[in-house]
Design a binder for this molecule. Structure first.
Ligand SMILES: [Zn+2]
Length: 282
């Protein structure tokens, strides 16, 4: 039977990556249909700025310290950043959180500056002697350009990730490097979350995550301004899980971990060079 897929989405919305009209495929998170782009395969959810602000109020704990994460960042720098670094090298970490990337970069002799929209995160970084401030990356013009810009788990939270890609091109020197890490959700975990929406927060981190990149859609997002894209393999669990105390929560986490490993979910990490002639004005 040739049945048209049900459209949960209402009015047509443009794909944030390739601006094609998208289709609503599942009512997750509950009030916001997950949409998919028939052209580039990108999946995304819609949210308003007000909802996003509420989400990142004081309860947001996205910047807890994590030794496992710090080790992962150190090995990324040793293998992939330092070989590209020149003397007196500068780095801007967008969404600097607890300052792990800034601390690692500084310890390797890179002049690192962090920005975040969270005042609590910036206060924490400053209290640790790191150079950080609250700034809107999409609109700010920096007085100097950087050798590296890093987005660690940032793009998936944004309504319009292409704004940040354009800003990264503007903030980088011609030939400078952008490092982007996002989670990678494959079809199986998306299908399970669509069938059982209450699993969506655990499987897809909804509603905090709005963009669900594939390698193809992330590459398409970078292409207007960046070239020489290198994909760096990363293991799935780069962060230590917070402790689950109740048996019910431990069982639920076991189920979610099994689904995530069966579906092949993990991370995407791309390092890309700013094109010398990148068009950086919006
Ligand atoms: Zn698209």
């Amino acid at each position: 039977m040739n049945q048209e897929p049900r459209d949960f989405g209402g009015a047509a919305r443009r794909c944030p990556v390739c601006v094609s009209p998208s289709r609503g495929v599942a009512p997750i998170p509950a009030r916001h249909p997950l949409r998919t782009c028939p052209r580039c395969g990108h999946r995304f959810a819609l949210a308003t700025e007000v909802e996003l602000e509420a989400l990142y109020s004081s309860a947001y704990d996205g910047f807890r310290d994590d030794a496992l994460f710090e080790r992962g960042v150190r090995s990324l720098f040793a293998e992939h950043i330092l070989p590209r670094a020149k003397e007196s090298c500068t780095l801007l970490d967008v969404g600097c959180g607890n300052g792990t990337v800034l601390r690692v970069a500084s310890s390797l002799g890179i002049a690192a500056r962090g920005i975040d929209f969270s005042h609590a995160a910036v206060e924490l970084c400053v209290s640790r002697g790191l150079d950080a401030e609250v700034l809107n990356f999409a609109t700010h013009d920096f007085e100097t350009q950087f050798d590296f810009v890093t987005f660690w788990d940032v793009l998936e939270h944004l309504v319009a990730p292409s704004d940040f890609i354009r800003s990264a091109a503007r903030a980088l020197k011609p030939g400078g490097w952008l490092v982007v890490k996002v989670p990678h959700h494959r079809t199986l975990s998306v299908a399970i979350a669509a069938a059982v929406p209450r699993l969506a927060p655990a499987l897809l981190s909804t509603p905090a995550h709005l963009q669900f990149f594939t390698e193809a859609s992330l590459e398409r997002l970078l292409q207007p301004h960046f070239e020489a894209i290198q994909w760096v393999p990363l293991q799935r669990g780069m962060r230590t899980q917070t402790a689950a105390h109740s048996l019910r929560k431990r069982v639920a986490r076991g189920v979610v971990d099994a689904v995530l490993s069966a579906s092949g979910d993990g991370n995407l990490l791309a390092i890309a060079r700013r094109k010398r002639d990148a068009e950086t004005r919006s």
